[in-house]
Write a protein that binds this ligand. Structure first.
Ligand SMILES: [Zn+2]
Length: 116
């Protein structure tokens, strides 16, 4: 399962951040999910719930924020929003575009509880 290995990476990052801040608990984890990342949000949440047991993130709320798809047009040099199944330039309709955003899975924010 694709989501399981992604979650292992995610949890490793979160744990490293928590330890660096000497946190006792991770409260919230915000992850940006691009529509083209191939990640199924529900599976990601399920995998995370399984993996985080016994870790600092066991009680954490996992928030998945969907990101927009953006393409850069090589013909008119415009960065425009696209959709997962239509990557043509919004401005000139060219298919000579490059995906700039939408395929990523990014750890955006981690909220921690630290010892005073
Ligand atoms: Zn264009």
């Amino acid at each position: 399962m694709h989501e399981l290995s992604l979650c292992q990476d995610l949890l490793a990052q979160v744990t490293a951040i928590a330890q660096a801040h000497q946190a006792v608990q991770v409260v919230r984890i915000v992850v940006w999910v691009g529509p083209l990342s191939g990640v199924e949000p529900l599976l990601l949440k399920t995998a995370f719930a399984l993996l985080c047991v016994g870790s600092l993130a066991e009680q954490a709320e996992l928030v998945l924020e969907t990101r927009s798809v953006q393409v850069f047009c090589h013909d008119c040099a415009l960065l425009s929003e696209a959709t997962a199944n239509n990557l043509l330039c919004r401005s000139c309709g060219s298919g000579n575009t490059e995906l700039k955003a939408g395929a990523e899975l990014i750890l955006a924010r981690v909220e921690l509880t630290c010892v005073a």
